[in-house]
Design a protein around this ligand. Structure first.
Ligand code: ATP
Ligand code: MG
Length: 395
């Protein structure tokens, strides 16, 4: 929702403000670059103005530009706004116009802030709220509605941000993903199965600034082209959040390894497979300059992810394994997947077979798994990783 003639988007970021001056400047610069790339990727022409703790996006499509900002990591919120003179008269006029075009019943409130020295304006923020509120009241009456003020929980909220040089009137703070600008951290490898969890986990690391190197482990007879296509589709959606980054899907052929584990390892095969995947991820990380691995595991979600079994899989790599969903319920992960846009692709039926045995081990110990797994498991992981195919991701 935007006021008439909105020509600017106020873009707020959160955690950057608490960094040292030098780090903050660098991160703000990166945020502006990433936002530029996001706007370009959506064909939006706009000028980005950097100010302390804020970006101002000047554009003739404020609604679409606010959406682009709300999909950019590091952005806390974005407001399509109309710019007016920093006078009470001009603010009242803009508030009344916004109410006339958007109020459709229900209570309202005017929420004003004033930035700058105390003598920057001959009025206080409370004056904006009371005078502006009166203008909105009159506008609502002129629509034939019954005006009602509710300062705590209004159905219709109008915001004013008054600065020395201009005032901005807006109707919403569209939530962004928060976090840090993508590219402000070293990359990590993302183990992507194409299921619901792993793309969400990768997205969460991206939201902390880490570019991801997606790795899909092709399970041969237990995977198949539809399974791989599903993984790729989720990565394409993730790439939409990283328009400034080249992204490719690294596909590791594990068909032969899976077949061997299936015949040779009984109830422990899932654990050996997980260990193999982490070793593969580590090999890819080495060649791609990545410094960690992210997976979609959550404690107890599957037999291979019990707290005991995670203790068995973790030592397969010396890299840190990031599990941002470790304590998240499936329903919440699903909700996030819908929000991110990976849910639809992740839930297409691929008709693939189950690698997991009927009664998998849920309380394994590392010595038993080590003794049972093939001696050359990690060697094979490195060899498969070296022969991986790299599929560029179009967007
Ligand atoms: P997801 O967890 O992505 O929804 P899933 O639930 O089918 O898929 P799990 O069996 O829970 O997968 O696997 C746990 C984690 O291991 C996944 O979140 C993912 O990070 C990784 N993983 C599983 N299968 C693959 C695969 N074929 N290729 C790459 N990574 C995989
Ligand atoms: Mg899972």
């Amino acid at each position: 929702m935007q006021p008439p003639e909105a020509g600017v988007v106020l873009v707020r970021h959160g955690e950057l403000g608490v960094k040292s001056e030098q780090v903050r400047r660098k991160m703000e610069g990166r945020l502006a670059e990433n936002l530029r790339a996001m706007l370009d990727s959506r064909g939006l022409s706009a000028d980005i103005e950097r100010r302390r703790n804020r970006l101002f996006v000047h554009t003739d499509d404020a609604d679409a530009a606010a959406d682009a900002a709300a999909d950019t990591f590091g952005v806390v919120s974005a407001s399509p706004a109309v710019t007016v003179e920093p006078t009470l008269d001009a603010i009242e006029t803009a508030l009344a116009a916004a109410a006339e075009s958007h109020h459709d019943g229900g209570s309202f409130a005017v929420d004003a802030t004033r930035a700058g020295p105390s003598d920057a304006h001959p009025f206080a923020s409370t004056d904006i709220e009371s005078e502006g509120g009166a203008a909105v009241w009159a506008a609502i009456e002129s629509l034939g509605h019954e005006p009602e003020v509710d300062l705590d929980d209004p159905e219709f909220r109008l915001f004013v941000e008054c600065r020395r040089e201009a005032a901005y009137v807006f109707l919403e703070k569209r939530a962004g993903p928060g976090g840090l600008p993508l590219g402000t951290q070293r990359p990590v490898v993302a183990l992507i199965s194409g299921g619901i969890d792993s793309p969400v986990a990768a997205w969460k690391l991206m939201a902390r600034g880490c570019p991801v190197v997606p790795v899909y482990v092709d399970l041969g007879d237990y995977g198949g082209p539809d399974h791989r296509a599903r993984a790729r589709a989720t990565v394409e959606t993730l790439a939409g959040y990283a328009p400034g980054e080249a992204m490719a899907l690294h596909v590791v052929d594990a068909g032969a390894v899976v077949a061997d584990l299936e015949t040779g390892m009984g109830d422990l095969r899932m654990l050996a497979l997980r260990r193999y995947m982490l070793a593969t991820a580590e090999a890819v990380a080495e060649s791609e300059g990545a410094v960690g691995v992210v997976t979609g595991e959550a404690i107890g979600q599957k037999s291979s992810q019990t707290s005991a079994n995670l203790a068995v899989t973790d030592p397969a790599t010396s890299l840190p394994v990031h599990r941002p969903l470790v304590a998240t319920d499936k329903s919440e992960i699903t909700q996030l997947a819908r929000h991110i846009g990976t849910f639809e692709d992740a839930t297409v039926d691929t008709g693939c077979n189950r690698v997991a045995p009927e009664l998998p081990e849920t309380n394994a110990d590392i010595e038993t798994v080590r003794a049972a797994e093939p001696d050359d498991l990690f060697e094979r992981a490195r060899a498969c990783a070296a022969e991986r195919s790299v599929v560029p991701i179009e967007r």
